[in-house]
Design a protein around this ligand. Structure first.
Ligand SMILES: *Cc1c(COP(=O)(O)O)cnc(C)c1O
Length: 390
C-alpha cells in the first residue's frame, strides 16, 4: 500500500466526500476490488427517502448483497426485496424483520416459498396462475402482489419482457388468487433499470393506473402499489438528484393513482451504485497489426468478473486513469479472460489516454451496483471481484 508507486492514481479534487475514491487513490490492490462507502449509501438512502415521502423503501438485495450494506439499511429502517431463500436468509441474518422482507421474484422454488412462509415472510410476488398455486400450497393465506408487464420502457437496462403479466390477464389472476385462498394485496411493475429521467415514468404509470382502478372497481381491495426500481445512477450522462427524482415520481404516481394506502419502492442501483468504485489495472495495450487503427486495452476485470452490465454496451462506465488530462484516442476495451465475448466496449469505442500502459491503475466509477453480485466464481481462474466495505 504505497501512494507513490508509478502509475498510481492521483486524487482529483472531486474526490472530496467520496470515501471510496479517496481510499482507492492511496492504496494498491493485487486484484480487482470494489470499494464501497456505507456513508455514501446512507446519504443516498436519506435523499431517496425524503423524495419518496410515505413510500416505503425495499432495497433490491441483488444490486449489492454485502452483509454490511444490508445491516446498514436495516438500521436506516429499510425493507428488502429478496429473490431467493439465500437473499432472505442474508437479510434475516443482518437483523431484518420478516415482515419487512418481500419475496419479489415471480419465479420461486416451492421449497423457498415454504421456507419464507415458515420464517414469517408474508408478502409474495406472482405473475401467473401456476405461481399463485405454488404460493397457495406453500404459504397458505399469504398476501400477493401481481406484477404487470409494462411497455415503452425508456430504461438503459430494460427488464420488460421476462417478468409480469399482460394487463388483460390481470382480472383473472386476481380472481384466481382469491379462489386459492390468497390475499390479492397489490400490483407491481418495474420501469426498467437506469431510467434516467423521472418523466420517463409517465407512459409506464399511464399503463398501470387504469388497471389499478379497474381492479378496485371489481371489488379487489388493493392496498399496495409497488413501484419497483429504476432509480438511476450517474454514469456520465446527466440525471436528476435522487431526492428531486423520487419526489417527481411520487407526484406522477399521486396524479394518476390518487391516495394509495401503501406505496413501496425497490431501488437497487439508485441506492448503491455511486457509493462504490472498482480499483482495476491495465493488463495489456496492443494493436493487431502495425497499421491497425484500433488500440486494444485489456483490463484485469471483464464481463465475467463484475462488469456484466456492459452486455450490449448498455451501461457505460467512466474510467479514471493516471493520465487523465492528456491526449486520448478511441480503443476497444476488453476483459482478461479467454472468451471472445469478454469485450466491454467495441461498437461504441471509448476514449482513453494514449499514454495508457500495462500496469497502470484504473478506477471504474459508480460500480456499487450489479458488479460483485454478477462476478463469477473464477472463470479462467480470475478471482471473483473483491469487496471492501468502508
Ligand atoms: C432488480 C430489481 C429491482 C431493482 O432495480 P434497480 O433498477 O436496480 O433499482 C427492483 N425490483 C425488482 C423486482 C427487481 O428485480
Amino acid at each position: 500500500m504505497n501512494a507513490t508507486v508509478p502509475g498510481a492514481l492521483r486524487a482529483a479534487p472531486s474526490f472530496h466526500a467520496d470515501p471510496a475514491a479517496a481510499y482507492i487513490a492511496v492504496n494498491s490492490f493485487d486484484k480487482p476490488t470494489l470499494v464501497i462507502s456505507r456513508d455514501r449509501v446512507a446519504a443516498q438512502y436519506d435523499a431517496l427517502h425524503k423524495g419518496l415521502g410515505d413510500a416505503h423503501i425495499h432495497y433490491a438485495v441483488k444490486a449489492n448483497p454485502a452483509p454490511e450494506i444490508i445491516r446498514l439499511l436495516v438500521k436506516k429502517g429499510s425493507g428488502f426485496d429478496a429473490a431467493s431463500r439465500a437473499e432472505i436468509e442474508l437479510c434475516l441474518s443482518q437483523g431484518a424483520k420478516p415482515e419487512n422482507i418481500s419475496f419479489g421474484n415471480t419465479i420461486k422454488r416451492a421449497s423457498d416459498i415454504a421456507f419464507a412462509h415458515s420464517a414469517g415472510v408474508t408478502l409474495f410476488a406472482a405473475d401467473s396462475e401456476a405461481e399463485l398455486d405454488k404460493i397457495a400450497a406453500h404459504a397458505p393465506g399469504a398476501r400477493v402482489y401481481l406484477r404487470l408487464i409494462v411497455e415503452n420502457s425508456m430504461a438503459d437496462w430494460p427488464l420488460s419482457r421476462k417478468f409480469g403479466c399482460a394487463g388483460s390477464a390481470l382480472p383473472a389472476l386476481l380472481n384466481h388468487a382469491v379462489a386459492v385462498g390468497l390475499v390479492p394485496f397489490g400490483l407491481s411493475f418495474h420501469v426498467g433499470s437506469q431510467t434516467r429521467k423521472a418523466e420517463f415514468w409517465n407512459p409506464v404509470l399511464d399503463q398501470v393506473a387504469p388497471l389499478w382502478h379497474a381492479a378496485r372497481a371489481d371489488g379487489h381491495d388493493l392496498q399496495l402499489l409497488n413501484l419497483g426500481g429504476g432509480f438511476p445512477a450517474f454514469y456520465g450522462e446527466n440525471i436528476e438528484a435522487p431526492r428531486a427524482y423520487a419526489a417527481a415520481v411520487m407526484r406522477a404516481v399521486k396524479a394518476r393513482f390518487g391516495d394509495v394506502p401503501q406505496v413501496m419502492a425497490e431501488p437497487g442501483r439508485g441506492l448503491v451504485a455511486e457509493a462504490g468504485h472498482i480499483a482495476a489495472e491495465v493488463m495489456l495495450v496492443s494493436r493487431k497489426s502495425a497499421d491497425d487503427l484500433h488500440r486494444w486495452v485489456y483490463l484485469d476485470i471483464g464481463r465475467f468478473s463484475g462488469l456484466a452490465e456492459t452486455e450490449g454496451e448498455a451501461i457505460r462506465y467512466q474510467f479514471v486513469t493516471p493520465h487523465d488530462g492528456e491526449e486520448t484516442g478511441p480503443c476497444v476495451l476488453a476483459g482478461p479472460s479467454c472468451d471472445s465475448a469478454d469485450i466491454l466496449y467495441e461498437k461504441r469505442p471509448i476514449h482513453l489516454p494514449l499514454a495508457l500502459r500495462d500496469g497502470d491503475k484504473v478506477m471504474i466509477r459508480a460500480c456499487g451496483a450489479y458488479t460483485s453480485s454478477y462476478s463469477s466464481v473464477g472463470f479462467n481462474g480470475f478471482p471473483p471481484l473483491d469487496v471492501i466495505v468502508l
